[in-house]
Design a protein around this ligand. Structure first.
Ligand code: BJW
Length: 234
């Protein structure tokens, strides 16, 4: 037990797939329906802000209609019961970890239910659309954008994430293709730091060879099984 005291869990779109949220790179996923350069880069937003706002408004509306699944619930249970260090680093912009009850969560790619004002740099919880250019509640500028991290932008809370990785004994990656950096590099960082690494994914990912162990299957099954194992309740 002592050697597995501190854990970093990385989650990606695959953990929310069974809640009904589209992944990005699976067949029929978001990048089959939208061009990445158009909707997930600062340049795309500059070219056509309305297109980008519509894309995120639709996803903001959709996320409020879905519910956490057994994988989110199992991680929330781990958060409640694990007495050692734990950080759930999610690349997801949904709030399903929090709605399941987890609190040790970092959203490295931002959050759908948050709007960022590029003028005063304040963030506001946001549940409605942004397409109609509402005023920033702080400075009244009509420039609110989705509070998400696009390609070429710096992911959030990297210092906190790397600090957690440096003191971790186990790194677990759940439902991510390992196609996007810096998250895709965490497993090699973890290996260099000498910790155990485990992947739980529907299928082997681009970075599977980096992991000590890879388990294939749906997160809704694999994550509760792994949490039971770890907590000794399996
Ligand atoms: C299931 C399942 C089920 C399905 N159960 N599993 C090094 C090399 C090359 C390039 C770069 C590099 N470093 C940086 C870059 C550039 C770039 C990058 O990575 N480009 C790549 C294309 C190569 N990165 C950036 O620009 C990042 N910024 C940056 O690096 O700043 C500088 C910096 C340097 C050093 C340190 C720190 C910073 C920013 C990246 C921003 C990504 N943004 C997006 C959009 C966010 C908002 C939104 O949601 O719209 O983030 S893109 C999109 O991809 C989103 C996701 O979070 C991210 C990852 O996707 P994810 O979660 O892995 O989803 P999928 O669909 O790819 O995979 C799902 C997986 O689940 C699959 O494997 C399925 O099999 C599985 N699955 N059902 C279990 N039921």
């Amino acid at each position: 037990m002592a050697e597995l005291r501190n854990i970093v869990v990385l989650t990606g779109a695959g953990i929310s797939a069974e809640s009904g949220i589209d992944t990005f790179r699976d067949a029929g996923g978001l990048w089959d329906k939208h061009r990445v350069e158009d909707v997930a880069t600062p340049q795309g937003y500059e070219r056509d802000p309305a297109l980008v706002q519509r894309f995120y408004d639709a996803r903001r509306e959709a996320v409020q209609k879905v519910a956490p699944n057994p994988a989110h619930e199992a991680l929330a249970r781990l958060d409640r019961e694990w007495e050692g260090g734990l950080l759930i680093v999610t690349q997801n912009v949904d709030d399903l970890h929090e709605r399941a009850g987890a609190s040790r969560v970092v959203h490295m790619h931002g959050e759908l239910l948050s709007a960022l004002c590029p003028i005063c740099e304040r963030r506001h919880r946001w549940t409605g659309p942004l397409i109609d250019r509402p005023e920033c509640p702080s400075c009244e500028a009509r420039s609110l954008r989705p509070d998400v991290v696009w390609f070429g932008e710096m992911p959030y809370q990297m210092d906190r994430i790397y600090a957690a990785l440096r003191s971790a004994h186990l790194f677990v990656s759940i439902g991510t293709s390992g196609a996007v950096y810096p998250a895709a590099g965490f497993v090699s960082d973890a290996r260099e730091l000498g910790m155990k690494t485990l992947e739980l994914n529907l299928e082997r990912s681009e970075g599977s060879h980096w992991f000590h162990e890879s388990r294939e299957g749906p997160a809704g099954k694999l994550v509760p099984e792994w949490v039971d194992e770890l907590l000794g309740t399996g």
